[in-house]
Structures are given as C-alpha cells and as structure tokens.
Design a protein around this ligand. Structure first.
Ligand SMILES: O=P(O)(O)OP(=O)(O)OP(=O)(O)OC[C@H]1O[C@@H](n2cnc3c(O)ncnc32)[C@H](O)[C@@H]1O
Length: 175
C-alpha cells in the first residue's frame, strides 16, 4: 500500500515513517497545497489545510492513503496556542483527523504572528537558528527540547493510524 505525505518538511516525513515503521507501506513525499493561508490562525483553518494536503497528496501520486500535517495557531483566553493537526485521507471515507499537543506561545512571538508574520521565520529569529520548523520546531524550543516537532507529529500520526485501523476493523465486521 502506498502512503503519500503532502509535504517535503523532514520533521513531518520522519513522523510518518516512524508511525508506519512496523508496516510494509511504501511512503512517498510530495508537495501539496494546503489551500489555506501560509500561517493558519485557527484550529479550523489548520484542519482544513491538513485535509486539503492529504487529499491532494494521495491524488497526485495515486496513493491509497494521503497524509496532511499542518501547523498553525489558535487564540484562546490563555494566550495564542501553537496548534498542529493531521489528516489521513482514503478514497470513499471521510478524512480522519487528529490534533497535536499544544502550548502557549510567549507574548513576544504571539504579537508578531498577530501582526501578520509567519511562525517559521519568527522562530528562526527568536532562536537565532535556521529552519527551526524543519527541525525541533517551536515546540522543541519552548519545551527545552523535551518534545521536538517530529515527535509531536509522530503522536498525531499514531492517533491517525489508530483511528484508521479501528474504522477498518469496524467496516470489516459490517460486511
Ligand atoms: O513544508 P511545509 O509542509 O509547508 O511545512 P511548514 O512547516 O513550512 O508549514 P506548516 O503549514 O506546517 O506551518 C505553517 C507556518 O508555521 C510555521 N510553523 C508551524 N509550526 C512550527 C513550529 O513548531 N516551529 C516553527 N515554525 C512552525 C511554518 O514554518 C510555517 O511558516
């Protein structure tokens, strides 16, 4: 079975590989449009981006399974939260979605996002590093390396794969 990941970001691709490491799935990565803004500003927008990427990735390479992983932020009474969502798309089935762990962003970072900047470049400047989004991610920086972006997405992937397995089993029972 072929799995298409709608991104070239190594933090995302590694998470998919890790989650499916016990399977015989062939994993391919391909750029896919999120169809939402470069910096999604809500859970809803971030989910939409993940779903769009999953569907487009599967269609582009003719894969049975498409995976979309998308990062965004969501405003809450407790601050601007980092949010990450994943989607798993299979033809003929509603997309499966799952959310990642969330932490509030420091005011200094949140203010820049609310003023229209993208988290990727803001994090590089803040951490004085390059390509934070492709490596430890904001979650890695703000948790002192306890959880990096790939680990966070691996958790999302397990939530997706597990729901997919559960649904497949339920369908098998009804046919
Ligand atoms: O190559 P793609 O798959 O587009 O990966 P991306 O990291 O650039 O894009 P996302 O759509 O996942 O994230 C939207 C924006 O937020 C940034 N971003 C999201 N999560 C981040 C994190 O944990 N650390 C740093 N930047 C992050 C990211 O770099 C983008 O600028």
């Amino acid at each position: 079975m072929k799995v298409a990941v709608g991104s070239k970001n190594p933090a995302k691709i590694n998470a998919v590989k890790e989650a499916f490491k016990e399977s015989a799935f062939e994993i391919v990565s391909i750029d896919a449009q999120s169809g939402v803004s470069d910096q999604p500003m809500s859970d809803e927008e971030t989910i939409k981006g993940a779903v769009n990427r999953a569907i487009e990735a599967a269609e582009k390479v003719g894969a049975e399974i498409g995976i979309g992983l998308e990062g965004g932020v969501q405003q809450t009474p407790y601050g601007l939260m980092l949010c990450n969502w994943g989607a798993l798309a299979v033809k003929g089935m509603d997309p499966i979605i799952a959310g990642g762990a969330r932490i509030p962003l420091p005011d200094e970072v949140a203010q820049q996002l609310l003023a229209g900047s993208e988290l990727g470049p803001v994090m590089d400047e803040y951490a004085k590093k390059q390509n934070v989004s492709k490596n430890e991610g904001a979650v890695g920086i703000f948790t002192n390396g306890q959880i990096n972006r790939s680990e966070m997405f691996t958790h999302v992937m397990k939530l997706l794969a597990g729901q997919f397995e559960y649904r497949t089993k339920q369908n098998d029972k009804t046919v």
